[in-house]
Design a protein around this ligand. Structure first.
Ligand code: SF4
Length: 297
């Protein structure tokens, strides 16, 4: 954990935080492609507006992954992956494809394929409608998605249940749901493959450490970033005040009143620049509060 001292509060940055290798590689590959010519990203490369505008400034266009046409002949599949059905459809339609699917998303697809091949009813612990989950279900339309214990009642009553997880789900939630499935379906044989990616786990573990040391956590990331939302939610569950912010403009100075230690964490699609900008702003606020205090005295 790195500590930055300010006159008013200390800022602690979580040991594991910010952009993961999967999103970083996807951005690098996309930027290299854009340097060669125009390309359309099928969906959002990362759930982060700063990334979107950076790529747009380099000429990236967008199209829907499930759509039929794109404004360029070259299309890019994002780190969240796609179903083989969508991949083949774009290929058949004559588009050149650059596939930046994260290797750890590919692991989730492979494990889902394994449970299906072995005759289990496939189950995904994840958020219905999330692009990664759509890709998984696109390959196996009979896969069921669960996120809460209440969802278990809707699962089919079959003898064999095979569970995997969306890569960015909090591991504690996934384990709790798997236990609950076993409890509610004692007659079924339940297999579980842990497909939560290690960058997500590392960020969650670091957040636990951070919450033991601070009173307020700022989770930095796009408002549509699922894993940043989860980081803020977990921090609250651990007893910290927490806010999910995207830029320095989102900081409310009243949040910082009476706080002596602020923790910083960031989602796996957050640019280093966003973390630096927010840390810098917190240092500025801390400094000006110190000067104000000197003037008052
Ligand atoms: S969050 Fe995990 S699975 Fe998703 S791109 Fe990053 S490393 Fe890969």
């Amino acid at each position: 954990m790195k500590t930055i001292k300010t006159p008013r509060y200390d800022i602690l940055i979580a040991k594991h935080t910010g952009m993961c290798f999967g999103v970083r590689q996807a951005i690098e590959t996309t930027e290299a492609s854009l340097a060669q010519g125009p390309a359309s990203i099928l969906g959002q490369l990362a759930h982060n507006p700063a990334v979107k505008s950076r790529l747009a400034s380099q000429g990236a266009r967008t199209a829907k992954l499930e759509g039929k046409t794109a404004p360029t002949q070259h299309v890019i599949i994002t780190a969240h992956g796609a179903s083989d059905r969508d991949r083949k459809r774009w290929h058949k339609a004559g588009y050149q494809i650059t596939d930046t699917t994260c290797p750890l998303v590919r692991v989730a697809h492979a494990k889902l394929s394994k449970v299906v091949a072995e005759g289990y009813q496939p189950i995904i612990v994840g958020k219905a409608g999330h692009v990664e989950v759509r890709g998984l279900q696109g390959d196996f339309p009979n896969a069921r998605v669960i996120l809460h214990p209440d969802d278990i009642a809707d699962l089919p009553h079959v003898k064999r249940l095979g569970i995997i997880a969306q890569t960015t789900q909090p591991i504690d939630r996934v384990r709790a749901l798997v236990s609950e499935v076993r409890k509610q379906r004692p007659e079924a044989e339940v297999v579980y493959y842990d497909t939560v990616c290690h960058p997500t786990k590392d960020r969650q573990t670091s957040l636990h450490e951070l919450c033991q040391a601070v009173e307020l956590v700022l989770a930095i990331g796009g408002k549509n970033s699922n894993n940043t939302t989860q980081l803020a939610r977990t921090a609250r569950k651990l007893g910290c005040k927490a806010a999910h912010i995207e830029s320095p403009d989102d900081i409310h100075e009243e949040w910082l009143e009476g706080i002596s230690r602020i923790g910083i964490t960031a989602g796996t699609s957050t640019l280093d620049e966003s973390i630096h900008a927010i840390t810098f702003r917190l240092q500025e606020i801390g400094e000006s509060a110190h000067l104000l205090s000197q003037t008052t005295s």
